[in-house]
Design a protein around this ligand. Structure first.
Ligand code: PMV
Length: 321
């Protein structure tokens, strides 16, 4: 009997922003993330004797339109991994939108690992990461726990994630500050495309990421949490500078996003450990220590009572349960 596969979400500290191959999701740069506990997707796949796939999400059977992204992905896998059977996919997302995370990273990592099992593809983690990347770029990193680097590569075979430190003994927590649960107006795919094509700073971003990746790996090796925080915040702000400098310009920030960033700076000036990182949406993820997380949480809630907050810690790679 096939087991349920579980994959956890991850937060990029050095971000992926821009694809050199849109179809295969090959990025321009490496990226580096931290896998989180708490937020995960559980997926079970089974072969069905039907001429189309059946996709269930959170107990609901999706219609053709809703399941298109998944069925396209399954078509891609059938074509490239040499099987023709249709599948029933049952996924439960334990990544509440109220936690401010996208579920595509954990979702596609869990699906890739589940298909690997059900179809006996015998993929090792490297090849599983490649398979997950074909679903969603950031999913390539959710195969592993802890600190993970996605090596950009330049073709489908050499673009995959590797573990840097799967079970780091380091004092880091992540506080998610949820400003809005609305769907983003600019998808990460189109946001990346317009940034690459029109931001005059895109080539500088590529240069910056290659040095920040090296620096953060050194900081991880030394357990230098201050340096990890500094680099992560700087990298996130640089990514968002690409959206502001695109033509036409756009931003994922809401007014409250900047308020939270300001509050984090105030806390830092008082000696509290807190650094901001922001993905393709208005919500802020605060890099904290175990000690600072509740202090930061309270300070932000006091100043912005409308936001919701949730603390996550470092999580594991793919699990079979
Ligand atoms: O994998 P996607 O298409 O959801 O893109 C992820 C983009 C960022 O979250 C902003 C950065 C990253 O590296 O995860």
């Amino acid at each position: 009997m096939t087991k349920t596969t579980r994959a956890y979400t991850n937060i990029a500290l050095i971000k992926y922003w821009g694809k050199k191959d849109t179809k295969l999701k090959i990025p321009y740069t490496n990226s580096l993330s931290l896998t989180l506990d708490k937020f995960y997707t559980d997926t079970k796949t089974e072969i069905i004797d039907k001429d189309s796939d059946e996709i269930h999400l959170n107990g609901k059977l999706l219609n053709d339109n809703e399941s298109k992204r998944i069925t396209n992905y399954l078509d891609f896998i059938r074509k490239n991994y040499g099987f023709s059977e249709h599948l029933s996919v049952k996924s439960i997302n334990h990544v509440p939108t109220s936690a401010g995370f996208a579920s595509s990273a954990s979702g596609f990592a869990a699906l890739a690992a589940s298909i690997n099992q059900t179809m006996n593809l015998n993929l090792d983690n490297k090849h599983l990461s490649i398979l997950a990347r074909n679903g969603s770029g950031s999913a390539s990193r959710s195969i592993y726990g802890g600190f993970v680097e996605w090596i950009a590569g330049d073709n489908n075979k050499n673009s995959y994630a590797i573990p840097i430190e799967e079970h780091p003994n380091i004092d880091l927590s992540l506080l998610s500050v949820v400003i809005s649960q609305d769907m983003k107006k600019v998808s990460s795919t189109s946001g990346m495309e317009i940034s690459v094509k029109t931001s005059p700073f895109y080539s500088n971003w590529v240069t910056l990421v290659s040095s920040e990746i090296n620096e953060i790996k050194q900081a991880i090796a030394k357990k230098d949490v201050e340096k990890i925080g500094e680099l992560s915040e700087h990298n996130a702000m640089s990514m968002h500078a690409l959206t502001l400098s695109a033509n036409p310009s756009f931003t994922y920030f809401a007014p409250e996003t900047l308020v939270v960033v300001q509050l984090i700076k105030e806390l830092r000036s008082k000696g509290i450990f807190a650094y901001a990182t922001i993905d393709a949406g208005p919500n802020v993820k605060v890099i904290c220590t175990k000690e600072s997380a509740p202090i930061v949480q309270k300070y932000i809630k006091n100043n912005l009572p409308t936001v919701t907050t949730v603390v996550a810690n470092i999580g594991n790679g793919i699990q079979y349960i």
